[in-house]
Unconditional design. Structure first.
Lengths: 112, 468, 131
């Protein structure tokens, strides 16, 4: 295959492990955000990162799958993630109206 | 299969029934819908079908599990009332519809043949339950429970999905039997390490949903904060569907690596039994005690999954049935008793609320006693046979493997007797000063029915067991 | 399916990334450095339109905006399912006409279900801005 871009004149294909590593890094960042952050919206963003990391994996693996099942699954994940985000935002809105905050440490009625 | 499609359509129909002036029609209509789905489900008895290019598989196991799920849904809907005191701001049609939709998700989890279906079913079930948990919009506790449930649940979903992606990377397929033949067929290059990591991630996600320790920490707060009716729904339907899915996934796809996952599962089982039972002793609220008891029952069910003998599916089925019926009865009585004398506008769910119940309402006290005895696993009730069948699968697997689990399980059953009998003692031996509680006819009928079922299954377990 | 992507195949993505970043950073730098700077009490005050400032920017807005945004996300995302369907439809057409019709009906069913949801929203009065 001819190389048109002299900047990145590398002749070997990108190995699959690069994609897996990138998605693992994305997943870990999402996991870290969920565990560390205390703002409900930021935690939600962390969860979305985790879902998208899995999506990246699915699409990368489906390069070796003639049926492209991984890409199909990816589409479903996107739709499900959107539905989840909608419910999440509604819940966060409700919580904000009642508690006047979205800080998870302060949303703590049951321990009192 | 027909049950899944019909329930989806009935759910939509239910949404539009909400536009009618009269809300009287909603409850009978929903009950009728569930009964129709139940009948449609039975049509496929003794047939094996695979639908939609290997997406769903229906067989007798599917019909058994989905019948239990539909039965518990029927009972839960039958004891439902107006969903709150404020007529203007309640949306019964929507809640019934969401319950039907979540049952669709549960049925998909029971019959999946492809990991895509498992994921979508799990998400339909979970997202519906997030909404139901937060359905009491005026209550701070309900809102908080919904937020916690959502954050924890979607976190588990993320881990679960990443596990599926890794398994797909290792095997190149989402199909259960294709994964199974990869795992047990032994590829020439050896099993990819991605598969082991993926399996562990999937296990973590699934164990989270069925609230097994150490993934149980969301359970008490969520079960406590959610409206009691939906707590009953969550702790029965999710558990049945979750264990059906877990068993199906592990036995069809991952039998080849049994040596790996039974060790993980037995560890989780021991931890779940210890945490669930011992923490339940220290609760002052009956609702919270039932939440921890549901954690402990997840532990007993896990024994049958980890043992993986030919008897395991029937043991799981019988245990789920006994547990579901007894739990619904327990929560049904709790709803009535707790609402009698609210404290600061909240239902009184402490043990003290049950004082003198036997004098006021002998029927309520008796159903409660039977359900608690069944949950504790005392003979002559369904719960005893559930525990018996589960323990015998462990014995079949062999004492060298499951010996420690069995010892812990038996010890913890004894601990369970203590906290279940606290409720019975409060209602029979202590005296209270409350008025008798008025019970509607349908509610009374459901209580009598579940109590009769619990005792009937305890006396003649073989009647149902032939079917499994 | 081409499984042999070279790093050079991803260069357009890098170029796009650089262009996007460059535009943001460049326009910020340029606007900061070119314009004259005159500081005074009034210049640095927010909302300097001759009226004294009042409240802050985080005034509560109607929940209607939120509902419309959420509904947009829901209905927008469903379009995704049309992509693989549309891409493959011609192939099915060539393969067998009956199958193509069946698949067309399935998509009509899907869109019909979406429309039922849309009708439900309208009946609920979510899009009614007058009340």
């Amino acid at each position: 295959m001819p190389v048109f871009y002299p900047l990145l004149a590398v002749n070997s294909a990108i190995p699959l492990s690069y994609f897996v590593l990138a998605s693992a890094a994305l997943f870990s960042i999402g996991l870290g955000v969920v565990v560390v952050k205390r703002n409900a919206i930021v935690v939600l963003m962390g969860v979305e990162l985790m879902l998208n990391a899995a999506n990246l994996n699915l699409v990368a693996f489906s390069r070796y799958d003639p049926d492209l099942k991984g890409q199909m699954f990816g589409l479903f994940v996107i739709v499900v993630a959107a539905a989840e985000a909608v419910v999440a935002l509604a819940i966060v809105l409700l919580v904000y109206r009642r508690f006047q905050t979205v800080d998870l440490d302060e949303v703590n009625e049951m321990k009192r | 299969m027909l049950s899944i499609i019909s329930l989806s359509l009935f759910g939509i129909l239910n949404l539009f029934l909400g536009f009618l002036k009269s809300r009287r029609v909603l409850l009978p209509a929903t009950l009728l819908f569930i009964a129709l789905a139940f009948a449609a489900n039975l049509l496929d008895w003794n047939h094996q079908y695979v639908y939609f290019r290997d997406m769903l598989r229906t067989n007798n196991l599917f019909i058994n599990f989905s019948s239990i799920i539909l039965l518990t849904t029927f009972l839960t809907v039958a004891i439902s009332r107006s969903f709150g005191t404020d007529e203007e701001h309640t949306h019964p049609a929507e809640y019934y519809a969401i319950m039907l939709f979540s049952v669709v998700g549960a049925l998909m989890m029971v019959g999946f043949e492809n990991l895509i279906m498992l994921f979508i079913g799990l998400e339909i079930l979970s997202v519906s339950l997030y909404v139901l948990t937060g359905s009491d919009k005026r209550s701070l506790r309900s809102n908080e429970a919904a937020l916690k449930y959502f954050l924890m649940g979607s976190f588990a979903t993320g881990i679960f999905l990443f596990g599926i992606a890794l398994v797909y990377g290792a095997t190149g397929s989402f199909n259960l039997s294709a994964i199974g033949s990869y795992v047990s067929g032994g590829p020439t290059t050896g099993i990819s390490p991605l598969l082991y990591v993926g399996l562990l991630f999937i296990l973590a996600g699934m164990l989270f949903k069925v609230s097994a320790a150490p993934f149980h920490f969301w359970t008490p707060d969520v079960y406590d904060g959610a409206p009691t009716l939906f707590t009953a729904f969550m702790s029965t339907v999710v558990k049945t569907a979750g264990f059906a899915a877990l068993y199906r996934l592990l036995t069809v796809s991952f039998t080849g690596v049994y040596g790996l996952w039974w060790q993980v599962l037995t560890g989780v089982t021991v931890l779940t039994l210890l945490v669930g039972n011992i923490t339940a002793v220290y609760q002052s609220s009956v609702k919270r005690m039932l939440a921890y008891s549901s954690v402990s029952h997840a532990g007993y069910l896990l024994i049958a999954v980890a043992a993986k003998t030919p008897q395991s599916p029937s043991a799981i089925l019988f245990y789920s049935l006994a547990y579901s019926i007894a739990t619904i009865t327990g929560f049904a009585v709790l709803i009535l008793v707790a609402e009698q004398k609210p404290i600061e506008g909240r239902p009184d769910e402490r043990y003290e609320a049950f004082n003198g119940l036997a004098k006021r309402n002998p029927l309520l006290a008796f159903s409660l006693a039977v359900s608690m005895v069944s949950l504790a696993g005392i003979p002559l009730t369904a719960g005893f046979w559930g525990k018996f069948f589960v323990f015998s699968t462990a014995v079949d697997r062999g004492m060298t493997n499951m010996g420690m689990v069995l010892v812990v399980a038996v010890l913890m059953s004894v601990v369970g007797v203590y906290y279940y009998f606290r409720v019975i003692i409060a209602s029979y031996l202590k005296t209270g000063d409350s008025e008798p509680i008025g019970i509607r006819p349908l509610y009374r009928f459901i209580l009598v029915l579940t109590t009769a079922l619990t005792i009937g299954l305890g006396l003649f377990p073989d009647v149902v067991r032939q079917l499994f | 399916m081409n499984t042999n992507y070279l790093p050079s195949d991803y260069l357009p993505i890098v170029v796009q990334l650089l262009a996007a970043l460059g535009f943001i950073v460049g326009s910020m730098l340029v606007s900061h450095n070119i314009g004259p700077k005159r500081h005074s009490k009034k210049k640095d005050d927010p909302f300097e339109c001759g009226i004294p400032t009042e409240g802050d920017a985080r005034t509560p807005i109607s929940v209607k905006y939120f509902l419309v945004a959420i509904l947009f996300v829901l209905f927008d995302v469903e379009i995704i399912f049309l992509y693989p369907w549309a891409v493959n439809f011609l192939d099915w057409m060539k393969e067998s006409r009956e199958m193509a019709i069946a698949i067309f009906v399935e998509m009509i069913l899907f869109m019909g279900l979406l429309l039922v949801g849309f009708y439900y929203i309208i009946r609920k009065g979510v899009l009614n801005w007058n009340q």
